[in-house]
Design a binder for this molecule. Structure first.
Ligand SMILES: [Cu+2]
Length: 268
């Protein structure tokens, strides 16, 4: 037990809480993951479903923000010097990021209804980095069955705690004690949004929009989003924000047509 002295009492408490006192990655829900694995290998739609079409329509728009944005809070990382020393500039909370043009960043926008056919998951992984004790990206989309590669870019322990509430998506809780450690996960069903947090650094939060088609986007520094490649049809578009929740609207697009959609979230 001598090596345990290397850890601070806080880290030790976390390690004990997640059942990890070795230098190897541990998965507190490994057994649950094993059971869920067959489901994760299945495509989103049943095998009898026809392949989904690629079209040339698009939905482009912005997510506006009305009212006074909550004051951004400065993140204190002094609990872990390895985190703190990687930042020369102040790090601000990303829970609500209002852009200079009064739009909202990090809103997950996707086609909730109206897509037919099944879309196979890309084999290319989505990468969730932990760099400077910060998740990059903060909000991201991923398809059912697509690999999620979780990477530790820091020379400190991170714990990745997924709080999935799905029927077949299992929450997972993994420790990545060393730099460059990688863990791959998959989701087996649509779930928007799946939160992630780090038990060691409680300021670390990320959110995944798990969908079963490639028609999604995340709003950028100007609050804009574009969803391309849609076949002609009538779709329910949903915009989801981690604090302000979901909003939906219907859009009908013809072949090759580009339609605008605008959402407005209001300060609480
Ligand atoms: Cu961490």
């Amino acid at each position: 037990m001598k090596h345990l002295r290397l850890f601070s009492p806080a880290l030790l408490a976390v390690l004990v809480a997640i059942g990890c006192t070795s230098s190897k990655p541990q998965d507190a829900s490994a057994e649950a993951d094993k059971q869920a694995a067959p489901a994760a290998e299945q495509p989103a739609a049943s095998a009898t479903s026809a392949p989904g079409a690629q079209g040339s329509g698009s939905v482009t728009g912005a997510v506006k923000f009305e009212g006074t944005a909550p004051a951004a809070t400065k993140v204190k990382m002094n609990a872990d010097p390895i985190c703190q020393q990687q930042h020369t500039e102040p790090v601000m909370s990303e829970e609500v990021v209002v852009n200079s043009n009064n739009t909202l960043k990090n809103v997950f926008v996707y086609v909730k209804e109206g897509v037919s056919g099944s879309y196979s998951a890309p084999t290319e992984p989505v990468v969730l980095a932990q760099k400077g004790c910060w998740y990059l990206p903060h909000v991201f989309g991923i398809q059912v069955g697509q690999p999620l590669q979780i990477v530790n870019d820091d020379a400190t322990l991170h714990n990745v705690n997924s709080k999935s509430k799905g029927k077949t998506n299992k929450p997972f809780n993994i420790a990545q004690p060393t730099k460059d450690m990688k863990t791959e996960k998959k989701f087996s069903e649509v779930e928007v949004l799946v939160p992630f947090k780090c038990n060691v650094h409680p300021w670390m939060h990320a959110f995944a929009g798990v969908v079963n088609n490639p028609f999604y986007a995340v709003t950028d520094d100007s609050g804009n989003f574009t969803i391309k490649g849609l076949p002609a049809g009538t779709y329910t578009i949903e915009a989801v924000h981690e604090k302000y929740g979901p909003q939906t609207q219907q859009v009908t697009i013809g072949d090759g047509e580009s339609k605008a959609a605008e959402f407005t979230f209001k300060a609480e």
